[in-house]
Design a protein around this ligand. Structure first.
Ligand code: ZN
Length: 176
């Protein structure tokens, strides 16, 4: 309150829908802007599952347990939505739900081709040897949670062998 009186604006509302108190749970699972994306991609069940998770680390664990294709699609959605949030922060133009879904599907397809699962067994009678991919994707995740304040945050970053960022996501969790 003192800070506000000094003329510093403390905006803790969601930059997408302007609802108060943005946190990871709201932005990715509850925001009215993101819900149509989960529904449109027919992974509403995943949204409901992740919404029940106890904190961001649990969310990440749940995503990693998803079927390969669903996992990639979920990461693509989170990545696209996070990018949207940052763009909205800078008052840039927003994508429509249809454009979002197109972007997410395209990213999912690209990632599925790029990260071919090594566990997938070949059904051909003469399996041929394939060289390992030149690119290695490194995914770093980190999180912290302070029991006293019940506040925390998490982050995930994927980089390729050139150090280019494939996707990045993070979030903050607060409990009243
Ligand atoms: Zn919102």
């Amino acid at each position: 309150m003192n800070i506000a009186r000094r003329g510093v604006v403390l905006d803790t509302s969601c930059v997408v829908c302007h609802r108060l108190f943005e946190d990871g749970g709201h932005l990715f699972f509850r925001c009215k802007g993101v819900k149509p994306l989960w529904r449109g991609l027919q992974i509403e069940n995943i949204r409901l599952q992740l919404m029940e998770c106890q904190g961001p680390i649990h969310v990440l664990e749940c995503i990693l347990k998803l079927l390969y294709e669903k996992k990639m699609m979920t990461f693509a959605l989170l990545w696209a939505w996070w990018s949207e949030r940052n763009e909205t922060n800078h008052n840039e133009s927003r994508l429509s739900t249809g454009e979002f879904i197109f972007l997410i599907k395209r990213s999912t397809d690209e990632w599925l081709r790029f990260f071919k699962p090594s566990t997938k067994s070949s059904t051909t009678s003469t399996p041929r040897w394939t060289c390992p991919p030149a690119e290695i994707i490194k995914i770093n995740t980190d999180g912290a949670f302070l029991e006293e304040t019940r506040n925390g945050g998490w982050g995930a970053l994927a980089r390729d062998s050139n150090g280019s960022i494939i996707f990045a996501a993070d979030g903050r969790i607060t409990h009243a």
